[in-house]
Ligand binder design. Structure first.
Ligand code: PHE
Ligand code: ZN
Length: 881
């Protein structure tokens, strides 16, 4: 174990305002992959709110050539460098700093700062990458105006881009050229970007609602121009949507999206120059699935919406990350839902959000990396771009809207911009705007930002037939004993015997007369809510639309759940009833498998009949039916168990899938045929829903294939006119146990030049239950595999550890050793990617003792390394703590 240099923890409570504020930044780049020269001229002045008079700059992995203050070269001794900090003591009131540094982009494998991808230059500065480009007060509360001069070889890098407007360009002789960019808006350093590359673009002039014309561009490598239409369309939809829903207009004359193949995350909202992982730009029917299309729409929207929520109003410090991320995820969720339009379509997007929370956020919040939406401390900020900050943060924002209504939410947003445009602010400032605009007391709501963990809400009910009262008693608890009660909106409806919603009269309620859903506000440990004039014992539908990110406990009987599954007008709770029915059975079967009794496993006909009825109910959206028929994932089942037995879970779930596949064979086949989408491919929600249902049917049919179903899958694999269908058929085949090697090979050969499709090829094999660690090692030896490209590493390694639990948890521990080996290997290349991979082990304490011991040994093996990054060190230390 290491005892030396434990990394520094940074605390929110230690925040102090910057001593100096920056007015302008002029950057000059002489771009060269091996030796780029960066000249940086900063004008700054003392911050009246500062607590000292030292200039503090950050710098990392850059070589300082010269430093001048107000024209005078500073000698060693006139400034101090300590780690990443450069300090100039007792600086004058007004300062011009001129800083010259060197860096080597081609050697930068971290993909943070200035780096080279496929021969082109890109930058990534969030969170703390700008300091890898030049010395600067690299903190988000320092906002400045930037001018950027780029110089580079013209033949190699014909395109030179940066934030804002192009103000000048020309030749320099000697084969080099230049471009000068000016960003009219002040911004924090993390929003700086440049691109110097050989790229081509699709461009369009777009007219805003106000009548102003803007230039939109999507930049990609030559050969990919046939894959930019959907990103461009999504961008235009985003611009329109933000105007209409929030009255927010694009503030620039030019907006650019650039795709890059090597990228740590999904995309980045740099002012006017969004840089995207190719995965969230490139699509055509041949190479992209419906899920890819939906991802592009969401991420293009997300980055565009950041222009107001993140860029115009930014974060005071990184503890406030959810101020921009939670809010912007909520906005992109609403955008995607509005793009579908229909209520049932909205519900499908909502169900997807609930699944993500349960699959990823609840476990995170119950594990070693649990943190509040607004963390109190961190070692490495890169480790806090989490599902908690993003997805739970979006739930917190959604709850404001649930509490104050859509119009009230809009008023709160308007006030937020009125107060804070051009500022770097906090989550408290956002909450204050929501409260003040609506005249509401939202003080207790603050606990959603400060208290970690998933609250458990328990409901009890009682019916008084004489008085015709129905009471719902709600209580809340958390697994942190010292926590105070949350302010929880619980949307409730009551179903009558005929399945219809009862009109509600809540004692003390302020809802409209005749409302069928009301929002109960649970603010205490326990509260009683009384409904009047209820003529029959109703079935309660609690937490409609998943109105709060909590775990709801209620002792539903099977009959009540079946009633909700058949009739609930709230699609989220209708789906939820099905999940509860399935989960009860999955847990029982898992226990039976684990107990190793020889009794054959059985699945009751009540459940099968309910599934059948839903499958063939053509009054329901295919997309909804698909979601309602997917069983809870192995990961979600694991979260319900005290001691996780991944093999028993897998066996039980497979048994259930096989039983559904065989018992419902006729209906599955019929729906398979009924939901074909002939004609030209379109990614719209209805067509995508049909494909999803059809392909789910196929996957059930292929759990126990016969000659008919086998040939259906093979035929679809060969004849599919789009990637969604081809991919689904191939996955069904490789999961069926049939020999699918020829189809896999054919897939590879057909798409050898399409990196994103080759990622899919690795990913689907990694997640196949028959792929053991030896098979993964073999795939790693494939010439197309590399650890250096994050998408490729994720497709094989992350999918194996996260989506193939029965192999990752192989009894001999061989996959844990594999994990340790590759955390270490990845860390030497890219700490951010390594730290994410490291988190596959987060839940190790929940497994049976024999597995736990092996997991612990693997964690300790990583911890024993002497050269770990802070990123990985933080994750491993917390896991072992
Ligand atoms: N801010 C980006 C987003 O949410 C995510 C990101 C973080 C990208 C850090 C790169 C690095 O859109
Ligand atoms: Zn974001």
């Amino acid at each position: 174990m290491r005892t030396d240099s434990s990394p520094l923890t940074i605390y929110r409570k230690d925040y102090t305002p910057p001593a100096f504020l920056v007015d302008t930044v002029e950057l000059g780049f002489d771009l060269d992959p091996n030796r780029t020269i960066v000249a940086n001229r900063i004008t700054m002045q003392r911050n009246p709110a500062g607590t000292h008079t030292d200039i503090v700059l950050h710098g990392e992995e850059i070589e300082l050539v010269q430093l001048r203050l107000n024209g005078k070269v500073l000698e060693a001794g006139e400034y101090q460098i300590d780690g990443v900090l450069l300090t100039i003591k007792d600086a004058p009131e007004h300062v011009v700093l001129e800083i010259e540094t060197l860096c080597a982009p081609v050697e930068n494998t971290t993909l943070s700062g200035l780096y080279v991808s496929n021969g082109n230059f890109f930058t990534q500065c969030e969170a703390e990458g700008f300091r890898r480009i030049t010395y600067f007060p690299d903190r988000p509360d320092v906002m400045a105006r930037y001018t950027v001069m780029l110089r580079a070889d013209k033949a190699m890098y014909p395109v030179l881009l940066s934030n804002g407007n192009l103000v000048e360009e020309g030749d320099l002789g000697d084969g080099r050229h230049y471009a000068k960019w000016e960003d009219p808006f002040k911004k924090p350093s993390y929003l700086f970007a440049l691109v110097a590359a050989r790229l081509v673009c699709q461009e369009e002039t777009y007219t805003l609602n106000s009548g102003r014309d803007v230039l939109l561009q999507v930049w990609v490598e030559d050969g990919n121009l046939d894959k930019t239409d959907y990103a461009m369309q999504s961008l235009k939809n985003s611009i329109r949507w933000d105007e209409e829903r929030f009255g927010l207009e694009l503030d620039l004359d030019r907006f650019m999206i650039v795709a890059v193949g090597d990228f740590n995350m999904g995309a980045m909202e740099n002012k006017g120059l969004n840089i995207f992982n190719t995965k969230f730009v490139l699509a055509n029917p041949r190479v992209a699935t419906d899920i890819d299309y939906a991802g592009i729409e969401a991420v293009v929207g997300h980055e565009y919406f950041h222009n107001w929520t993140g860029n115009r109003v930014t974060c005071r410090d990184w503890f406030q990350l959810s101020l921009k991320e939670g809010l912007t995820v909520f906005r992109d969720q609403e955008f995607s839902a509005d793009m579908i339009g229909s209520d049932s379509g909205r519900a499908v997007t909502r169900i997807d959000q609930v699944r993500t929370l349960r699959q990823a956020q609840f476990p995170e919040d119950a594990g070693p990396m649990s943190h509040p939406v607004r963390p109190d401390s961190f070692v490495e900020i890169n480790n806090f771009y989490t599902v908690t900050v993003y997805e739970k943060g979006a739930e917190v924002v959604r709850m404001y809207q649930t509490l104050v209504g859509r119009d009230g939410f809009r008023k709160g947003m308007d006030l937020y911009f009125e107060r804070h445009d051009g500022q770097a602010v906090t989550c408290d400032d956002f909450r204050a705007a929501m409260a003040d605009a609506n005249g509401r007391d939202l003080r207790q709501f603050e606990r959603w930002y400060s208290q970690a963990g998933t609250p458990v809400v328990t409901a009890r009910t009682r019916y008084d037939a004489v008085k015709r009262n129905f009471d719902i008693i709600l209580s809340q608890r958390s697994n942190h004993p010292d926590q105070l009660p949350f302010h929880i909106p619980v949307a409730v409806g009551l179903l009558g015997e005929d399945g219809r919603d009862l009109p509600l009269t809540l004692d003390g309620g302020t809802h409209e007369k005749g409302a069928t859903t009301v929002v109960l506000e649970l603010t205490e440990h326990e509260q009683i809510f009384r409904f009047r004039n209820i003529d029959e014992r109703p079935t309660p539908s609690i937490l409609r639309d998943f109105s709060a990110p909590v775990i709801l406990e209620y002792d539903y009987t099977d009959d009540e759940l079946l009633h909700l599954f058949r009739h609930d007008s709230d699609p989220v709770n209708r789906w939820e009833a099905g999940q509860r029915l399935a989960m009860a059975r999955l847990l029982k079967l898992t226990a039976q498998v684990a107990s190793k009794h020889d009794k054959p496993l059985k699945l009751d006909t009540t459940f099968l009949d309910a599934q059948r009825a839903l499958l063939i109910d053509e009054s329901l959206d295919p997309a909804f039916r698909e979601l309602a028929l997917i069983l809870p994932s192995e990961g979600i089942i694991a979260e319900q168990m005290d001691v996780v037995d991944p093999h028993a879970i897998h066996t039980a779930r497979q048994f259930m899938r096989r039983t559904i596949g065989t018992e419902l064979r006729a209906e599955l086949l019929a729906q398979y045929h009924a939901n074909q989408t002939p004609g030209e491919y379109s990614p719209d929600a209805l067509s995508a829903g049909k494909r999803a249902l059809k392909n789910l049917c196929l996957s059930y049919l292929l759990v126990a294939p016969d000659a008919v179903t086998q040939s259906l899958a093979q035929h679809q694999c060969e004849q599919a006119g789009n990637m969604t269908d081809r991919f689904a058929a191939l996955v069904a085949l490789i999961h069926s146990g049939l020999d699918a090697s020829a189809f896999l090979q054919r897939f590879y050969d057909d798409f050898a030049g399409e990196a994103l499709v080759i990622d899919k090829w690795f990913a689907m094999q990694a997640a196949t239950p028959t792929t053991d660690v030896a098979a993964v090692r073999k795939l790693m030896a494939h010439p197309a595999f590399t650890l250096k490209n994050p998408n490729r590493a994720r497709s094989l390694l992350f999918n194996f550890t996260n989506a193939n639990p029965s192999q990752f948890h192989a009894a001999d521990g061989s996959a844990y050793a594999f994990w340790a080996e590759h955390v270490i290997k990845l860390d030497a290349i890219n700490p951010q990617v390594a730290a994410r991979f490291a988190r596959s082990m987060d839940r190790w304490r929940r497994y049976a003792p024999a597995l736990q011991a092996k997991m612990k040994a693997a964690l300790e093996q990583v911890a024993a390394q002497t050269k770990l990054s802070n990123d990985v060190l933080e994750v491993i230390t917390k896991a072992l703590a």
